[in-house]
Design a binder for this molecule. Structure first.
Ligand SMILES: [Zn+2]
Length: 285
């Protein structure tokens, strides 16, 4: 993994190359991984953050080829902004996830969303795009964000999982747009599939997908029991729970961990297991 360099395409499969963007952080691990799918006529998945050097790297990786589609799994700032300069440079269609729906039943967006994202075509669940020798099919996986899509490449037994399943860490589920119940349902959905490898936007390929997803589901259920146990002991606020649940985790990630705890509490509340009490939470009577 330390071998991976920014700016240089790495071949993972005859139909799959990846280009690492230069945006490592506590949230993005080594950075966003942009995937190039196909040969000669190619699709680019998750073009990445607004960074001219990264756009240049994608163009260099696809020199002599035609980029026909630019797909985004979702519209966080580290995934979709380069769709625009890449479209300008290649003429490719921006295809894939919907712009984030700003619904009137509460705030749905936050600072990490790319509000300028405009797709030429939105792919619904099960819809396909294709090129010579490849096909990409949209798999709706809301949870991390409400507009999140994974893309299946049946020719490689692969699923591009964006931030739904990552190869290095659990996914942040941050309300109001992030939804724990939807996220868990979207993990369940993957258990019914036959993919043999996941290519995540962050972290190494996942080569044992079902076992990995079962691990993620188990981890979330464990977090849920921890929350219920802490509430039972009289803990009632999120910072207090995070301090006990995320011992040894980089404190830079504690705010994000708090968002995931909130997502669990909202889900547990909807299931009638916990209730709000003032600024905090308690077990439902
Ligand atoms: Zn994201």
């Amino acid at each position: 993994m330390s071998e991976q360099q920014t700016g240089r395409a790495q071949v993972l499969h005859p139909l799959v190359r990846r280009v690492l963007a230069p945006n490592p952080s506590a949230f993005t691990f080594t950075g966003t991984q942009t995937y190039v799918v196909g040969q000669s006529e190619v699709a680019v998945i998750d073009p990445g953050p607004a960074d001219p050097a990264h756009v240049e790297a994608i163009l260099a990786a696809t020199r002599g080829e035609t980029v026909t589609h630019i797909l985004c799994t979702h519209t966080h700032h580290d995934h979709s902004p380069s769709s625009r300069p890449l479209k300008a440079a290649t003429g490719a269609q921006i295809t894939g996830c919907a712009p984030l729906a700003l619904s009137d039943d509460g705030p749905r967006a936050d600072a990490s969303f790319d509000a300028a994202y405009v797709p030429d075509r939105i792919l619904g669940a099960g819809e396909n795009i294709s090129g010579p020798g490849w096909r990409l099919q949209a798999v709706a996986t809301p949870g991390h964000t409400s507009n999140h899509l994974c893309f299946a490449l049946p020719e490689a037994g692969a699923l591009f999982t964006g931030d739904h399943v990552m190869g290095w860490s659990t996914t942040v589920v941050s309300p109001p747009d992030g939804d724990m119940a939807a996220y868990m349902a979207s993990l369940d959905l993957l258990l019914d599939r036959e993919d043999s490898v996941y290519y995540p936007a962050h972290g190494e390929p996942v080569k044992n997908p079902r076992r990995y997803v079962r691990g993620l589901l188990g981890h979330r259920k464990q977090r849920e029991s921890q929350i219920l146990r802490l509430l039972g002991r009289g803990e009632h606020d999120i910072p207090g729970m995070v301090a006990q649940m995320y011992v040894g985790v980089d404190p830079k990630l504690h705010a994000a961990a708090g968002r995931s705890v909130l997502a669990h509490l909202i889900d547990l509340n909807a299931r009638g297991l916990v209730a709000r009490e003032g600024e905090g939470w308690r077990l439902a009577a």
